[in-house]
Design a protein around this ligand. Structure first.
Ligand code: FE2
Length: 256
């Protein structure tokens, strides 16, 4: 079994005192094979905030895939945002902007959907799709991760330019899950445009900028025919605990 912890939107700079350590301890007990943090590591892309994020990542008991969200490029320093948007990411975090981890027959590929030329929405370029295809290599099971959801959940606006071509490519490549963040609430559902792709929308794991979901993350156990997906929420006693587990099976008609 392969176990992936899907965290998102920690927004360092808005994290309550001590919460990052409690999340790291919880993950130590869960022993995932991989931790994916799907963007918005910081609130304002400051070097110090990236250093806080790096200190948290160093405490995690697994390899990590990270990539930026819209908050990880400077907002007010427009020249820096346009000329070298990932300078502070490099200085404070020192990690690549995209990543790939292979766990047995599972390949997880993380891509950068942030678009520093606009404030909030994302963009996937054709070259990224070609690179994604190469990154999956010959893997039997394929999981993509990015910050902006390729299909907005009900009631939300689309936020990703190039989403249609991304979903088409994922379908063609047999990608079975897409992990994203950005919206600060959890949802698990097949894409309406491609029911063979399960979309996992993670809440904010650490930020005080919560919606109904509070602070939460998702634990994915890949099984032979699908996945068991657990929702962990910050409970009133200050610990992260599972409050829902769903079992998903991928058949010829898609995920159920
Ligand atoms: Fe975001």
């Amino acid at each position: 079994m392969t176990r992936i912890a899907h965290l998102s939107d920690p927004h360092f700079g808005t994290v309550p005192e001590g919460l990052a350590d409690r999340l790291a301890s919880c993950l130590k007990t869960l022993r995932p094979d991989l931790v994916v943090v799907s963007g918005d590591l910081t609130q304002r892309a400051r070097v110090g905030q990236f250093r806080e994020a790096r200190d948290f990542l160093m405490k995690l008991p697994a390899q990590v895939i990270v990539f930026p969200g819209n908050h990880d490029a400077p907002l007010w320093n427009v020249p820096l945002r346009l000329v070298d948007p990932w300078r502070n990411w490099r200085l404070g975090l020192g990690l690549p902007l995209e990543g790939r981890v292979v766990l047995g027959d599972v390949a997880v590929v993380g891509i950068n959907s942030a678009n520093p030329r606009v404030w909030k929405d994302g963009l996937i370029r054709p070259a990224q799709i070609a690179a994604m295809e190469a990154a999956f290599g010959g893997a039997g099971r394929r999981i993509l991760a990015l910050h902006h959801p390729p299909e907005p959940p009900a009631g939300e606006k689309p936020s990703l330019a190039g989403a249609e071509r991304l979903v088409e490519a994922c379908e063609r490549l047999g990608v079975e899950m897409v992990l994203s963040g950005h919206l600060h609430f959890t949802q698990v559902a097949p894409l309406t445009a491609a029911r063979g792709i399960l979309a996992l929308q993670a809440g904010t794991c650490l930020s005080s900028r919560t919606r109904d979901d509070g602070n939460a993350f998702t634990l994915v156990d890949l099984t032979g025919g699908g996945a068991n997906i657990a929702h962990y929420r910050l409970a009133t006693d200050g610990a992260f605990r599972p409050d829902a587990v769903t079992e998903w099976v991928r058949g010829p008609d898609g995920w159920r």
